[in-house]
Design a protein around this ligand. Structure first.
Ligand code: SPV
Ligand code: MG
Length: 292
């Protein structure tokens, strides 16, 4: 983990800038360090990926304190600004503001809240995605903004996921902007970006738009630049890449009764030590441990 504090771009700058911003999913200290080394400038602390890596389902089975602990490891290991998937806020306005305050204390730069109830279910699972009442959800947003005014607050609209149309999504976006959101995340489970681009056209840049193209991955990012979308979240690809790599490695070691075959395929131990800055520790040992 990096001990030196870094001067860093703020999440607010990234989301407000006119350039298209990418937030890369991470779900623990190691994946956060890998994303930072790869060159990403900000991270998405994905609820799906954090749950999965802990062995939970993305249905609020992981407690909010478990999520906060993971985010702290990500912040320490990467020094990047982190937008945290706060799900629906783990309850009412009071739970949401407590979560946000604790996330800020532990190094997060922003929190995204979705307009559903507790417990939520991952947006790509099944068809039961009851929406929260818009006024009640706006209260959750206001409470978070009042409690942590300098944190980026992203309001996530689940209307399209829940089967409502663009009109409901736009009415909710207006209400959430009024409640103090800094950006709107519009989510879709369609395999093309049509409804997202329609939303962007009608929303007309009133607040920055954040999208999660997990299902409409074929659309090139040039379409998002043209539509003046602010931020694209690559939401779960470190977690899914880890599954593929670990499955292949386990299968091979079991079948070959040897680790010789996988050795050239897996990261070297030197890479592990580099990612976690072991050099910094040995320099500190030279400085602080008594010389013999
Ligand atoms: C997550 O990464 O947990 C998200 C995005 O919320 S999604 O899985 O698409 O709902
Ligand atoms: Mg999520």
């Amino acid at each position: 983990a990096s001990v030196a504090p870094n001067t860093r771009e703020t999440l607010s700058n990234l989301i407000q800038s006119n350039e298209l911003t990418y937030l890369m999913e991470a779900h623990d200290g190691l994946s956060a360090a890998i994303a930072a080394r790869a060159g990403f400038r900000g991270l998405w602390a994905s609820g799906l990926s954090i749950s999965s890596s802990l062995g939970y389902r993305d249905a609020n089975e992981a407690s909010w304190t478990q999520v906060v602990d993971v985010v702290e490891r990500m912040a320490d290991a990467s020094s990047l600004p982190i937008l945290v998937d706060g799900d629906s806020g783990f309850g009412n306005f009071n739970n949401a503001r407590l979560l946000a305050a604790k996330l800020q204390q532990r190094g997060a730069s922003g929190v995204c809240l979705e307009d559903k109830g507790f417990p939520k279910m991952n947006s790509f699972v099944g068809n039961r995605h009851p929406l929260a009442d818009s006024d009640e959800f706006s209260g959750r947003l206001k409470a978070v903004k009042d409690t942590v005014p300098d944190m980026v607050l992203v309001a996530r609209i689940e209307a399209l996921i829940a089967g409502y149309g663009l009109d409901e999504a736009l009415v909710r976006a207006d209400a959430y902007a009024e409640a103090g959101a800094d950006a709107i995340l519009i989510h879709s489970r369609k395999s093309d970006a049509g409804e997202i681009l329609d939303f962007a056209r009608q929303w007309a840049d009133k607040l920055p738009i954040v999208i999660v193209p997990t299902k409409y991955y074929q659309t090139p990012v040039s379409a998002y630049r043209e539509a003046k979308i602010s931020t694209v979240i690559w939401a779960n690809h470190n977690m899914r890449a880890a599954i593929s790599a670990m499955r292949a490695t386990c299968g091979r070691i079991l079948a070959e009764e040897s680790i010789a075959g996988v050795e050239p395929e897996v990261a070297t131990l030197e890479e592990v030590f580099g990612l976690l800055n072991y050099d910094e520790l040995s320099a500190a040992e030279d400085r602080y441990l008594p010389k013999r």
